[in-house]
Design a protein around this ligand. Structure first.
Ligand code: PRP
Ligand code: URA
Length: 206
């Protein structure tokens, strides 16, 4: 499935400030939401629609409306920073949560929480800002599929080529929408140049 890297001047501008190490958590959270809005628009391009009619004050007119409910699944903890935009944009959204934490030394993600609704028939977005090794995203999408989702998109803010390749190999049916495809990973499996630890920057933790 395709990798879509947002190619828009505004996305680039927002991402530049997000990457800047002097950006403080309050501003970081706002930038995350703005970028996520752009990403979600792209990621939901294929959601099902139908034709309807409404009456404007002037005359009846044909309109296009959503014909498929959406679900969003943020991966805790950093993915929580991406939750508000789809909640505001989509009337029929259901939310599931997956808690994953990478081991500091091995970078292997361990699952510590999961609460997912039935996802059958829902267009489902998995939200996680960092796609590094791809281990967390691959685990999250496996869980999402176990709950019935068949139309899934992975939404990340910064991705590494290693993570994209890993996820595409394990879930070839899942498109990836991201704001940046970076150089790669360092020896600690952090994205280079990346923006550091997203969760720490979002929540002001050391
Ligand atoms: C970060 C990030 C992803 C994961 C990406 O979470 O939010 O979930 O790392 O890395 P991967 O692609 O190599 O799996 P982290 O485990 O640091 O937890 P946090 O969100 O609670 O900070
Ligand atoms: N998680 C992060 O928060 N940042 C990275 O660069 C990799 C994983």
């Amino acid at each position: 499935m395709p990798l879509h890297v947002l190619d828009h001047p505004l996305a680039g501008h927002l991402l530049a400030e997000l990457r800047d190490k002097s950006t403080h958590p309050e501003r970081f959270r706002l930038l995350t939401e703005s970028l996520t809005t752009l990403l979600v628009l792209q990621a939901t391009y294929g959601i099902r629609t139908r034709q309807d009619m409404v009456e404007t004050p002037i005359k009846p007119t044909a309109v296009t409306v959503l014909d498929q409910p959406l679900a969003v699944v943020p991966v805790l903890r950093a993915g929580l920073g991406m939750l508000q935009p789809p909640l505001r944009l989509f009337p029929d959204v259901a939310v599931g949560y997956i808690g994953l934490e990478r081991h500091e030394d091995t970078a292997i993600a361990r699952s510590y929480y999961s609460k997912l609704p039935t996802l059958t028939g829902r267009f489902t977005l998995c939200l996680d800002p960092m796609l590094a090794t791809g281990g967390s995203a691959a685990q999250a999408i496996s869980l999402i599929k176990e709950h019935g989702a068949t139309q899934i998109a992975m939404v990340s803010i910064v991705s590494a080529p290693e993570g994209v390749a890993y996820l595409q190999a394990r879930h070839p049916d899942v498109p990836i929408v991201t704001a940046a495809l970076d150089e790669g990973l360092n020896s600690r499996k952090y994205i280079v140049p990346g923006l550091g630890d997203f969760g720490d920057r979002l929540y002001g933790t050391p």
